[in-house]
Design a protein around this ligand. Structure first.
Ligand code: DAT
Length: 174
């Protein structure tokens, strides 16, 4: 699927820095940030709230319908912890943010996550669930694993995306 501007997926375990990094990418590049978690809440693209897991049950069909036109336009930075639900054709680059256990734990604790959620997410990160799922869902060459432990990491990740974007634009210039 050829687009003038690419779509980028920023994924990873909760707390790895997706939203912060996506906001920085959007502000540096002018691409538009789509926070999927927020979109789901705003547009009620869920089938209710699951108190036990402190999460909303996603209505995938509604979400994909909501996003289709935006994604066809291109120029989007999509931020979500789940990566396998989207059509492969939507993305030109898939970034999987990674964090070490300690910073991840500290960030989630600050956020007030309960012990169960904390434990689940730390295990998910150690087992590199999101990375493996991304590698199964998208072409190997577009999936990039990026460390996200420090502010320096974030800045260098944003810089890298910016350079990648410039190359994409040069290649797709008419
Ligand atoms: P996510 O969207 O993956 O859940 P976030 O962007 O909301 O994560 O970040 C959670 C918190 O951690 C937030 O206070 C910013 C901080 N943070 C994230 N990535 C970081 C990094 N690489 N260095 C320092 N702080 C980071």
């Amino acid at each position: 699927m050829e687009r003038d501007l690419p779509n980028i997926l920023v994924t990873g375990t909760p707390g790895t820095g997706k939203t912060t990094t996506s906001e920085m990418i959007a502000s540096v590049t002018g691409l538009q940030h789509i926070n999927v978690g927020e979109l789901v809440k705003q547009k009620q693209l869920h089938e209710g709230y699951l108190a036990e897991y402190d999460t909303h049950v996603l209505d995938e069909d509604k979400l994909l319908d909501e996003m289709e036109d935006m994604m066809q336009e291109g120029g989007k930075v999509v931020d979500f912890h789940t990566c396998e639900i989207f059509p492969e054709r939507w993305f030109d680059l898939v970034l999987v943010l990674r964090a070490d256990t300690q910073p991840l734990y500290d960030r989630m604790e600050k956020r007030g996550y309960n012990q169960r959620k904390l434990q689940e997410n730390v295990e998910c990160e150690i087992m590199q669930v999101v990375l493996e799922t991304a590698r199964e869902s998208y072409a190997q060459e577009i999936v990039v694993e990026l460390p996200s432990n420090t502010v320096d990491d974030m800045e260098s990740n944003v810089d890298r995306v910016n350079r990648w974007l410039e190359a994409y634009k040069a290649k797709h210039a008419k």
